[in-house]
Design a protein around this ligand. Structure first.
Ligand SMILES: C[C@H](CCC(=O)NCCS(=O)(=O)O)[C@H]1CC[C@H]2[C@@H]3CC[C@@H]4C[C@H](O)CC[C@]4(C)[C@H]3C[C@H](O)[C@]12C
Length: 324
């Protein structure tokens, strides 16, 4: 399972948890403007916006999981098993395969409004990258500084939902996830009032009781509510340190600890990495399960007019700062 989120202070931040029981050797990958992007069924993009994000590089192609372009538009793919349904080629549409979707969108567009218009022409076509990388069932969150949408290719077609929450997890479909939040409107960051009965006296014996009932399990529906509550109520200063710290705290509220979710036989899902991209500055920060130190890659330190991918394998293992 995964969780994607947005956060805005004086800058805008976008990132995700990648929760899985194994890794595909992902690396922070910068695609410069002149890297030739080819597509299986659509016209190539010899030049395009530069992109930074997490990707597996296969056959020289960056298979992005989540990324941001130099204009601040961001996008992440999250697991959507049982619901994702990709289509045969359609002659009246632009046929983009799911693994090309992030490069196609981030290569060309700056805002969610532009993307919404483009999505009317897009068909997510069922073509695999390779035998080693067959199609994965995904849905996507696409965000700019002010707006987010969720895109789901399901049996009925391509669905585009406004996502004012700025959070995405996995199943069920986004309309149901968003509807379920109605059940939690009574949750509060303030102490509870007695609405139960005038005939009884209650004791507010602990801080935090206003949000009793907030789910704490690791199912995707519960993580959606938990991350939404944490994000919508987040308070932080505007500095880079305060902003990214708050962002990683939001993702931490739905992180997966090894041992809590068993993926039989005997394997456990963990939060492999958490990312936080400052979308205004093009800086991609990350932590991994065993590396709590924040590591950063700045896209503007690369040759963005070049044509060669730059990739930074994840630094794993604690980087302990000894004080004596
Ligand atoms: C598995 C991950 C979602 C994490 C998650 O939610 N795990 C819960 C598992 S469970 O639902 O609990 O069982 C997703 C998120 C992004 C995906 C890559 C996107 C690019 C590329 C697309 C190609 O088409 C196939 C290979 C490819 C490298 C993809 C592999 C994999 O699919 C990635 C890593």
């Amino acid at each position: 399972m995964c969780t994607g989120a947005n956060y805005t202070t004086s800058d805008h931040y976008f990132g995700r948890n990648l929760d899985l029981e194994f890794s595909y050797n992902e690396a922070v990958t910068v695609t410069p403007r002149n890297f030739p992007f080819r597509f299986r069924r659509a016209e190539p993009l010899p030049t395009h916006h530069a992109i930074i994000g997490m990707a597996t590089i296969s056959d020289g192609y960056p298979l992005y999981y989540d990324a941001t372009n130099e204009k601040g538009l961001s996008m992440a793919g999250l697991n959507f098993p049982g619901n994702a349904d990709y289509k045969p080629e359609a002659s009246d549409k632009t046929n983009i395969t799911p693994f090309e979707f992030i490069p196609w969108i981030l290569g060309q567009f700056e805002t969610v409004d532009e993307v919404k218009a483009e999505l009317e022409r897009i068909n997510l076509v069922d073509i695999s990258f390779s035998d080693a990388f067959p199609l994965s069932p995904l849905h996507w969150i696409i965000s700019d500084r002010t707006t987010s949408i969720t895109v789901e290719s399901v049996a009925e077609g391509l669905k585009v939902y406004d996502n004012p929450i700025g959070v995405l997890t996995n199943n069920p479909t986004f309309d149901i996830q968003a509807f379920t939040l109605n059940n939690f409107m009574h949750l509060s960051t303030n102490p509870p009032q007695n609405n139960f009965s005038d005939a009884l006296e209650f004791d507010v014996y602990s801080r935090g009781m206003g949000a009793i009932g907030l789910p704490g399990d690791l199912s995707s529906a519960s993580r959606f509510v938990k991350a939404a509550f944490t994000k919508m109520n987040s308070v932080s200063g505007d500095s880079e340190s305060e902003s990214i710290s708050q962002f990683f705290q939001i993702l931490g509220s739905v992180a997966q600890q090894r041992g809590c979710v068993e993926v039989p036989p005997g394997k456990f899902e963990i939060t492999i990495y958490s990312s936080c991209c400052n979308t205004d500055k093009g800086i991609y920060y990350y932590t991994t399960y065993e590396n709590s130190q924040v590591t950063a890659v700045d896209m503007h330190k690369e040759d963005l007019d070049g044509s060669v991918l730059a990739d930074y394998p994840l630094i794993k293992g604690q980087q302990i700062h000894w004080q004596n």
